[in-house]
Write a protein that binds this ligand. Structure first.
Ligand SMILES: [Zn+2]
Length: 233
């Protein structure tokens, strides 16, 4: 550890967003014990047989494979995903994307995939939040794997109401027309990876995928940072 790192650590101590403990110099975003305790799914090891695939199978045309890195529990307020989504921590999104990218390289999850498409945010939501967390994840994955990110291919047409209190059927109806394909040529005859932050019912992912499919001969795989384990209602 260089003297400059020591000095920085002294004047600007960093803290683990999950447990609040002070981070050591060799700890990047989370402390080592919280990092070990993350609810990894192991889905990248079996991308054709897991909960994401179960949730999306039959809904997306030319669906190839899917994975989530973590399980997500709504009721855990200490959940670091809560920080990623609702607090101002864009560097966490990027770092998690890099973490996912390393695992994707190791497992071959991206083999044959031509481009990464993060789920677009509505412009008003983007202004409000300052960044698109799915895009940060996608950038992190791309930095590690070299697979390009395409952000111009589709855009969000509507500012959909919060989905939290809707039933599964209502969610699908709510987002059905939420996306518009704007560059079909960029993805025709291609295999794309949709990247989302949290998959709950799969309604948002499905809506985006069906727009992308209209480009013609598009194969779709899906990666989300997290998946809600049980979705009641
Ligand atoms: Zn911690």
């Amino acid at each position: 550890m260089s003297w400059i790192d020591r000095l920085l650590d002294f004047v600007m101590p960093r803290f683990c967003p999950i447990c609040g403990r002070r981070l050591a110099a060799n700890e990047s975003q989370l402390c080592s014990s919280c990092l070990l305790g993350l609810p990894y799914t192991g889905f990248l090891e079996r991308p054709y047989d897991n909960l994401v695939v179960d949730r999306l199978y039959g809904k997306i045309r030319n669906f190839e494979r899917g994975a989530s890195l973590f399980y997500y529990m709504y009721d855990d307020r200490r959940n670091f995903l809560f920080d990623l989504k609702y607090h101002d921590r864009p560097e966490m999104g990027l770092w998690l994307g890099q973490e996912a990218g390393r695992q994707m390289l190791r497992t071959g999850f991206l083999d044959g995939i031509d481009a990464i498409i993060p789920v677009p945010l509505a412009p008003s939501r983007l202004r409000q939040r300052g960044y698109n967390q799915s895009e940060l994840l996608a950038q992190g994955i791309s930095e590690i794997t070299g697979v390009p990110v395409l952000t111009h291919v589709a855009r969000r047409t509507t500012f959909t109401q919060s989905q939290t209190h809707l039933s599964t059927e209502q969610r699908f109806e709510n987002v059905k027309n939420a996306f518009l394909l704007v560059d079909a040529d960029a993805i025709r005859h291609r295999h794309v990876l949709i990247v989302d932050d949290v998959v709950t019912t799969g309604a948002t992912t499905t809506a985006l995928a069906s727009q992308l499919s209209t480009a013609g001969d598009v194969r779709v795989s899906v990666f989300s940072l997290a998946i809600v384990k049980q979705h009641h209602r």
